[in-house]
Ligand binder design. Sequence first.
Ligand SMILES: C[S@@+](CC[C@H](N)C(=O)[O-])C[C@H]1O[C@@H](n2cnc3c(N)ncnc32)[C@H](O)[C@@H]1O
Length: 460
Amino acid sequence: MQTHAISQSKVSRQLHLPIIEDNIPHVPQIKKSKFSDTTVVSNKTLPIHRWVPWIAGFSSSFVKEALREYSHGGIVLDPFSGVGTTLVDSICKDCHAIGFEINPYAALACRVKTSFAKIDVSELAKTITDAGEFYEQKVHSSYTPQSMPPEGFKTRHTFYSDAVLRKVLIIQDFIALIQDEIIRDVFRLAFASNMVKFSNYSYEPSLSTRASAGREDIHDFPVGQSIIEKLTEMLSDIRLVNKKTGNLHAQARIINDTFFNYENYVQSESVELIITSPPYLNNYHYNRNTRPHLYWLDLAHSPNDFKKLEQKNVGKYWQTVREKANIELEFSLRHSDIEEKIRILQNLNPEKGIYGGKGWANYAATYFNDCYKFAKGIQFSLKKGGIALVVIGNSILQGMMIQTDQYFGQIAESIGLELLDIEIPRKERVGNSIIQSDVRVEKAKKADKLYEAIVKLKKV
Ligand SMILES: C[S@@+](CC[C@H](N)C(=O)[O-])C[C@H]1O[C@@H](n2cnc3c(N)ncnc32)[C@H](O)[C@@H]1O
């Protein structure tokens, strides 16, 4: 497509996008998006999508529009599946889907959500009734639960009160009796997606004690009722979606591994459409924020398991790279200021040592090195003519705006993908607690806003 320099464009001024010099070639067209808002909030009321909240998910309406416009029935890939928004909508459209997700709890959510057509609905209904009876009978007796809290799960403040813990363990006892693997996983997911609600922790949006958010601890809670309610909602969603979609042939393949191992799982040039959103350059710690889920579901057993996950996560997190010697970009881009930006960042707030620009520049460089690997994975997987829609947010580090979408587009172009355009479905997004901290935002220019962009790429 024809590309245009956008300096002085009205849209760029409105959106506070970078003013790009006219003499720089290959500048994508940046425009307001015809896609719906990508924000995940609307998923909260949609069948199946509402099962598991995930802070950084994107909306099902965006995915459906993307499928309508770009899918012709071929394989859809989401390299960073989260809780499976792309995968669920793809199989509902009867397209085979492949999803990579390193977080085992999110991968479980993907697996259960995409299994809706395989679940024996009457068996699930019966098991929910049995669970209600088991729970009521045990709760009101002198029953001592057999299950134990996960050994490795340590928190600074008591996670569950004694009364809540007993009820949680009764639920675990029931889950352990379920023979059917998919139904057991439906129950595990129903428990896990609710489990923080009756704990002394909450999401603000990172996981912290209720006390630190000025709330009272939870001394007691109708745990069983809350989980049965969730399961009943899941059952009615399954019935509804099965009725709506009829007989589906499509399968979802969930790979609980880093996308960077794509060559082990994906055939080259086999994918028609990629719809995805990688972690943003905002250090949101998916793994720490799912510690309770991972331990209680027996998916993590020690801090070492978390270290491994951190290393695999796109960008590896500021905490893991801040103390290293200056990390360099592993690629170079012509006509880009990315290297200069990282150098400027490196030299900001030197008095703060690794907490200043130096540490954050290491994180940004690691993040963009992973973006480079990600772009190569797109190039490898897509068929000729295939499209990738990558939802990505900009970032503000040490008060400095980093246009992640622009840089990702440039990286993709440098390895031979065609950058069709960058669309902005959301002018402003609310950052997480880390990005909104004073270090990053107070010093940011007033004009700098957090936004979300869709980077549209084509394999040529
Ligand atoms: C922005 S979220 C995706 C949310 C998703 N679009 C949804 O609607 O649920 C990014 C996800 O990428 C996962 N992730 C991070 N690094 C990864 C890697 N190297 N390979 C696969 N998944 C990764 C994170 O665990 C997180 O769930």
